[in-house]
Design a protein around this ligand. Structure first.
Ligand SMILES: [Zn+2]
Ligand SMILES: [Zn+2]
Length: 264
């Protein structure tokens, strides 16, 4: 693994307080040729909605005001370390149709290289966190709807933890909805991310039922470390299991690096 495009910073308020420089040095030490930062993007508030109504979702991302500092810090590091590693500036973005255009316009004010789709909530209000256990087919379908619509915007370079939705109901419903996600990603040429953080801390994802289906349909896969601290930059054990699973699953094609989609 010589590239990772899913790295967070302290600016999202739930990662380690380490400086970005520490991540860059850890990545060089780990043998990466490319490191992409994709911290949780800020989120504009929908018209007429107060920040108090959105605290759960707003609290896990950088603010609009913090964005400039994030960008300038990474530009400086990119220049300073240009002989050692290629640094990319990105964001992990939720697809919320009511504020998406405004967010893209905002991110386009900066030299943003790419965005990845990471759907955690149902709306800017954050009433439903999809990582929480649910038996509701409506919640599951809502997740799939948002992800599919997001993929169709053509702006996302890849789909982070596509299997985040923690559904424990009927397997048939799970397969039907995730099939939509996998097929839409394939139609839109968007690779799926196998997420090392989930593997490392034993979350509900990577979900092997999901990945077996992704193999049956045929999918391109990117491995993302989703580092929230330098220790997560290249978790070797998780990486070993992820690679072994991908190698042993026909229909999954591992990509070493990705082509960025323009967000213009
Ligand atoms: Zn995070
Ligand atoms: Zn992430």
């Amino acid at each position: 693994m010589t590239a990772n495009y899913h790295t967070h910073t302290y600016r999202c308020h739930h990662a380690s307080m380490e400086d970005e420089r520490a991540y860059v040095e850890a990545a060089i030490k780990a043998g990466y040729k490319e490191l992409g930062f994709a911290d949780h993007s800020p989120m504009p508030l929908p018209a007429g909605v107060s920040i108090d109504e959105c605290l759960r979702s707003v609290g896990v991302r950088m603010t609009m005001e913090e964005t400039e500092g994030y960008i300038s810090k990474l530009l400086d590091l990119r220049e300073e370390y240009k002989n050692d590693i290629k640094l990319h500036i990105g964001f992990e973005v939720e697809y919320f149709p009511e504020v998406f255009d405004e967010l893209i316009a905002f991110l386009n004010q900066f030299p943003t290289d790419y965005i990845i789709l990471g759907q955690h909530f149902e709306s800017p209000r954050g009433r439903i966190y999809y990582g929480e256990e649910t038996r509701s087919p409506r919640t599951l379908a809502g997740y799939a709807d948002l992800v599919c619509e997001g993929l169709k915007t053509g702006k996302f370079t890849y789909l982070a933890h596509p299997d985040l939705c923690n559904y424990h109901g009927e397997l048939e419903a799970y397969e039907r909805e995730m099939k939509r996600v996998i097929e839409t990603a394939s139609e839109c040429n968007v690779p799926l991310e196998m997420n090392l953080l989930g593997l490392q801390v034993q979350r509900n994802y990577p979900n092997m039922a999901f990945w077996t289906m992704a193999g049956d349909i045929g999918s391109y896969v990117v491995i993302g470390s989703d580092a929230h601290g330098t220790r997560g930059i290249k978790p070797e054990r998780a990486l070993y299991y992820a690679k072994r699973f991908i190698d042993n699953t026909p229909g999954l094609t591992l990509l070493d690096r990705v082509e960025f989609r323009s967000i213009k």
